[in-house]
Design a protein around this ligand. Structure first.
Ligand SMILES: Nc1ncnc2c1ncn2[C@@H]1O[C@H](COP(=O)(O)OP(=O)(O)OP(=O)(O)O)[C@@H](O)[C@H]1O
Ligand SMILES: [Mg+2]
Length: 257
């Protein structure tokens, strides 16, 4: 179930978390963390609950600032941007959160139009329709265009959530636990979609997950947060070829060996 190799340009870094530390009071969550995301790459971030994976995403999107170090995204130092610059940068980043909140009172079509109309004000009706239809087709849900979110399954809602993000053609996608709470077949579907997004749009993505099958299927490279640092980095085999008691249970639990 390992993924196909894709073209990754290691000369182009789209995210560089550079020697970043972040504490909340006495809680030292990230300690001099250094990690890069290369252009076109799917990077999986593993780590126990509460180790700071979501904090990492919040630092990348400028929702939090590092105590020390720099976060560089698409050539910009996030912690030095003013509000307007930060908004412009965020438009180039797509987020897929655990409960991809769709607007329940809007149809799928209206949900997808919403970010387009808000962010690209000069599109014609025909252009909007075309974008919506194209992105829906991309996530395999063309037939759901006039449905309400309440009529969709959890996996379908997740797909629509991803489509809504993709409609702005982000350079970077950040997926926070994309398969949490989904059945195995839907998980496979979402994992395939993550790979399709990478191949179709040449997006660079960070995927946070506890699901090692997902990690294996979507990750070109993996990093594991342990005690505030990315001590383990590499391929699936490289990460798990260890007797480290902080690492082995992830594997044992996922594959029930
Ligand atoms: N804004 C904040 N203020 C105070 N503490 C915070 C804040 N954000 C996160 N934390 C703390 O930082 C730690 C890491 O949180 P984070 O949400 O990054 O964990 P996580 O690795 O994403 O966990 P999970 O796998 O459960 O989602 C937690 O102890 C959390 O309580
Ligand atoms: Mg989290």
């Amino acid at each position: 179930m390992e993924k196909n190799k894709v073209n990754i340009d290691q000369n182009e870094t789209v995210i560089h978390v550079d020697d970043v530390s972040k504490s909340f009071g006495d809680l030292h969550v990230l300690r001099n963390v250094d990690v890069r995301l290369y252009k076109g790459e799917n990077l999986v971030v593993l780590g126990r609950s509460g180790t700071g994976k979501s904090v990492l995403i919040k630092l990348i999107s400028g929702l939090l600032s590092p105590d020390t170090g720099n976060v560089r995204v698409l050539g910009e130092t996030v912690n030095e941007l003013d509000d307007r610059e930060l908004r412009a940068l965020r438009q180039r980043i797509g987020f897929s959160f655990q409960n991809s909140a769709l607007y329940d009172s809007m149809t799928v079509r209206e949900n997808l139009e919403f970010p387009l109309v808000r962010n690209k004000r000069n599109l014609t009706r025909a252009e909007i329709d075309k974008e919506v239809e194209e992105v829906l087709e991309g996530v395999g849900l063309s037939q759901a265009i006039n449905q309400m979110p309440s009529e969709l399954s959890g996996g379908q809602r997740k797909r629509i959530g991803i489509a809504r993000t993709l409609i702005l053609r982000p350079d970077i996608m950040l997926y926070d636990e994309p398969t949490a709470g989904l059945d195995p077949i839907t998980c496979l579907d979402i994992n395939s979609l993550i790979n399709e997004v990478q191949e179709r749009y040449n997006t660079s993505s960070i995927i946070i997950t506890h699901d090692l099958a997902c990690a294996k299927m979507v990750g070109d490279r993996m990093v594991m947060l342990l005690d505030g640092k990315f001590e383990r980095q590499g391929t699936f085999q490289e990460i798990f070829d260890t007797e480290d008691k902080r690492v082995k249970p992830f594997y044992d639990y996922n594959f029930i060996v």
